[in-house]
Design a protein around this ligand. Sequence first.
Ligand code: SF4
Length: 671
Amino acid sequence: MATPAAAATDLDVLWQPLQVGPVTVPNRIGFSAHSTNFPSDRGLVDDRYVAYLGARARGGCGLLVTSATAVHPTGYRMGEFRAFDDDIVEGWTALADVVHGAGSKLFTQLYHCGQQTTGTMFLDTMHAPVGASALPSPIFGRKSAAVDEREIAELVGAFAAAAVRARAAGLDGVELNAAHGYLIAEFLSPLTNRREDEYGGSTENRCRFALEVGQAIRAAVGHDLAMGIRFSFDEYVGASGVEPDEAERQLAAFRDSGLFDYAFVSGSNYSSLHQLLASRMSGNDRHMVPNARRAQALAPDALPVFVSSSVHGIEAAAQIVRDEDADLVMMVRAQIADPELVRKARDGRAGEIRRCVGFNQGCVARVFQFQMLACTVNPNAGREATLGATGAATDVKRVVVVGGGPAGLHAAELAAQRGHDVTLIEAGAELGGQLRQAAKLPGRDSWGDLVADLTASLGRLDVDVRLGTAATADSVAALAPDAVLVATGATFEQTGHSIMLPFRDALPGADLPHVMNPLAAIDAPSTCGERVVIFDDSGEAMPLALARLLGEAGKQVTLVTTQLTNGFKLAATMELPWIMPQVVAAGVELVDQSLLTHVEPGQVGIAGVWGGAPRLVPADTVILTLERRQQDALYHELRARGIAAQAIGDCRSPRDVDAVVYEAAAAASAL
Ligand code: SF4
């Protein structure tokens, strides 16, 4: 569990203003560019995005940088802003008005995605991906066309034209995205720049495109706007890409050009995004700070250094600035989770900050699946103008919430914040529901932060929490509630029914005594036998983390999934590259595209989903992580008695945490 946030007095270093070219940023916390999929269908700024950034500005964040905005149609992908469209000015202006009204500064990030696209996302503008060289994107797999000198000149002009639009909208600055494997970064990196002309080869040549873009922007807008460059100080692909020694040479070129007002130390390319977007389970903690420190040593005072990535908590940010490792710290996920992070810290209420749990489920994964960004701990993220605008209740009600898992806790919190008289009934001895088991798994302990934060919040709100109390229809009715929210959760199905064999109601042998519920296995790993087989349909983190837990405890573990790969959902959360080596190191045998044919004493049958004879594998314990079933008996009983009850969360339908907490908040906002 993370350390509680520090007292405000430890944080004073963060409240110093910072001069960035012509712009005075009021403090040292920023909200850097990140994808949201909030742009309208036309790639423009709409009310949702204005409300999203506006909430962070009002929350005290000093500098906000918009999501990457594409300067050219060939560099534009679904879900992004179109800086090449004059119509962007109107939305940017609205955004600037809101951010400035809160006393904060607004930059936009200008970019071209380069080879990181299919080129086929839009029906009417399908095109060949273009890049510094003709190479395939590590994620999209399409091979790009290398831009020629005429195209380079056109793209340089496109960056300058976008900066002119930013100035027209009243923005304070522009940031070049020269990081993460996008077009400018492709030129900078020896891995992706194989050119033999004046744009390839030496560091000087590879920096040429970035500097030409910078020069064109300065020629177009002068020094009216601040201009910074975000670049990968380490691409995390070894000597074939940019490593810190090469990044220092590039930074020297940026510095000596006199074009830039800040240097933003970032990292990764499309082969190593898991480093940039590191899950909490990576163990990464301020891992880009040593590179920022190297940049600080090269950069004069007039060139402030920004840093981001895996800065867990406001005290960690203060430490970075106090140690002069960077001048400004970008905190994205922390402020998605709590838009009031800066204000709370400044007001001496750092202990009230809702902490990001860091598993990328609501933010990174959803965005990579072309869904709008959400947040597992903050149901208002992206809904600031709707759910987040819910005010105090006009008709104060007596509200009973049954169940102390994530849905029940969120519902109780919002209902109490709105002024309702709330009683929360939980059958167990502690709050948290299945998050308590999740937090016991290796690398997943920050789930406990969410339970602790919600529990503390209910305490501040004087919610009547009754632990160890099994709710019945009679006991609920006796409280004479005006509204009942039933959040009694779900339990793991123990029939062995698999989505891969929908016509097989039960796994033969699933009722044998050595077949175990995964939650029981997490609570008491020592009760598992020496040879364990886990059977999974879900593709989620829990089966892998449980396999690791048992493997590290010396068990011989086989993890069988019906899916294409174990943990397939963790590709989008960027957790697969972190968890798989840990699971393999724990000695777990991974079996994919397979299922259990039957369970018998001491062994199971395993067969491929595409056919073939089963093989018998020894198993003293079998754990089923398949479907979850709603525990909704109380809900139906209450409804049958005419009591106004609403099922929320897993009790209604077992889902991801970000989905159930939204449902809980929506229900509480409607009371
Ligand atoms: S979805 Fe998860 S990782 Fe993303 S900001 Fe929210 S809590 Fe943090």
